[in-house]
Design a protein around this ligand. Structure first.
Ligand code: SF4
Ligand code: SF4
Length: 231
């Protein structure tokens, strides 16, 4: 097959899979906390070069054994033992060596859980300045839909993400997650609740309706023992 030259900023479609299948998997994973996304990353290594602080839990003992202690620092706001790993001058993870993860078999759970398709699915924006590789991959993902039900789920998810973005002032300061990936994950978790409370025409919730929806979302957030995704 002839080689096709590709400009650095050129996007080509990449199959993201069936939308409903992806969504149901993401919901189960976020509910159970088991994680482990099966992302068809292929040659992409965007996650490892995108200026991310990686959360490692105290029970990830094998991972912690593989990372030099000097690269870890206590995770702000989380119980003792939770740590973060930072990144280098170019945004690269210190475990990223020769274009590969040097601890792949023992990589942190946060790395296993990260699935950039959540941005394509929710419409939450990636910061193109700090995470250009992820932003590019997000543009490339193309979901397929088995029917109108799948498209309806996609609309509901995007509407929930938009609701969260547009109604930040209805939430107490600091109660919504700070990172875009966390906001996208929250949309996945609450989109059925938002749909249930607002009906199909989600734009018509009105000020009182929006406050009630925000209050219900807040209860979901308060039910979290800890924020699991920090990158
Ligand atoms: S940016 Fe997306 S496709 Fe690329 S490595 Fe990360 S999860 Fe995989
Ligand atoms: S630990 Fe490995 S998979 Fe995770 S960001 Fe670093 S290099 Fe990438």
């Amino acid at each position: 097959m002839a080689k096709v030259d590709r400009a650095p900023d050129e996007s080509l479609p990449v199959a993201a899979g069936d939308f409903s299948h992806w969504l149901h998997g993401a919901e189960v994973s976020l509910r159970s906390g088991d994680g482990g996304a099966d992302v068809p990353c292929d040659a992409c290594r965007g996650c490892c070069r995108s200026s991310m602080f990686i959360h490692i839990k105290p029970e990830e003992t094998q991972t912690l054994r593989r990372i030099p202690r000097a690269l870890l620092f206590p995770a702000p706001g989380l119980p003792k033992g939770h740590v973060l790993m930072g990144y280098g001058d170019q945004g690269q993870c210190p475990m990223f060596v020769n274009n590969e993860c040097s601890i792949y078999e023992d990589r942190p759970q946060a790395c296993r859980d990260y699935d950039c398709r959540v941005f394509a699915a929710t419409g939450v924006l990636v910061d193109i300045e700090t995470q250009p590789e992820i932003a590019r991959r997000v543009k490339e993902w193309v979901f397929t839909y088995k029917g109108e039900e799948g498209r309806e789920e996609a609309r509901s998810l995007r509407a929930a993400a938009a609701f969260l973005a547009e109604n930040r002032d209805l939430f107490p300061p600091g109660s919504l997650p700070g990172y875009p990936v966390q906001m996208a994950a929250l949309a996945v978790r609450v989109h059925r609740l938002v749909l249930e409370m607002t009906g199909k025409n989600q734009q018509a919730a009105g000020p009182m309706g929006s406050a009630a929806v925000a209050s219900a979302v807040l209860k979901v957030l308060q039910g979290d023992a800890e924020s699991r995704i920090l990158i």
